[in-house]
Design a protein. Structure first.
Ligand code: AMP
Length: 195
């Protein structure tokens, strides 16, 4: 059975870090729309030029564009056994698009892992990451805007996935290892994994 995971949670909740651990142990790729968009910005492509100002202001890129990116990515053979959607879906229309896209290839969301973290802690972590990675959207003003946009547009997905009984809440306040132990408890031990 393919393993298709949605990682939900505020920016800074640790979705990317947990996704990398899941990639290593469960052998399915991470699809991070944020990473794909940042790569396009860095490469100076037409897409990158279009999304750069949107990302720098902490707003969301239009749904159609994101859904197209995901559709293309799901055609790559490395996603055949499932994948980790990290930072996607971000809106109800994106979630609906995914709910239609996966059945077309005989799949469905296995679990939506909601990494629950208080806003203050998310903000603190993002400021720390800003110092390390120097992301253009990790300034204090943009961080606040991204958290606001998260509550307005993305938090409703918690209800969406609760309704389809795929939602699992994970307390994201612990260390990376503590949070990951909870993830493994939810997913079951990986075959031949290193945990
Ligand atoms: P992230 O790295 O996931 O926090 O994404 C960084 C930025 O990329 C976001 O603030 C948005 O501007 C854009 N972005 C990433 N994923 C999405 C998405 N699924 N829908 C809309 N915009 C996105």
């Amino acid at each position: 059975m393919p393993l298709d995971l949605v990682l939900l949670g505020a920016p800074g909740a640790g979705k990317g870090t947990q996704a990398q651990r899941i990639v290593a142990d469960y052998g399915i790729p991470q699809i991070s729309t944020g990473d794909i968009l940042r790569a396009a910005v860095a490469a100076g492509t037409e897409l990158g030029e279009r999304v750069r100002p949107i990302m720098e202001s902490g707003q969301l890129v239009p749904d159609e564009l994101i859904v197209e990116l995901i559709r293309d990515r799901l055609e790559q053979p490395d996603t055949a056994n499932g994948c980790i959607f990290d930072g996607f879906p971000r809106t109800i229309p994106q979630a609906r698009a995914l709910d239609e896209m996966l059945p077309e290839i005989g799949r469905r969301i296995t679990k939506a892992l909601f990494f629950d973290l208080p806003d203050e802690e998310a903000r603190r972590r993002m400021l720390g990451r800003a110092a390390q990675e120097g992301r253009a959207d990790d300034t204090p003003e943009v961080i606040d805007e991204r958290i606001r946009v998260y509550h307005e547009k993305t938090a409703p997905l918690i209800t969406h996935y609760r309704e389809s009984s795929t939602l699992v809440r994970i307390d994201a306040t612990g260390t990376v290892d503590e949070v990951y132990a909870h993830v493994v408890a939810v997913l079951g031990s990986p075959d031949g994994g290193r945990t």
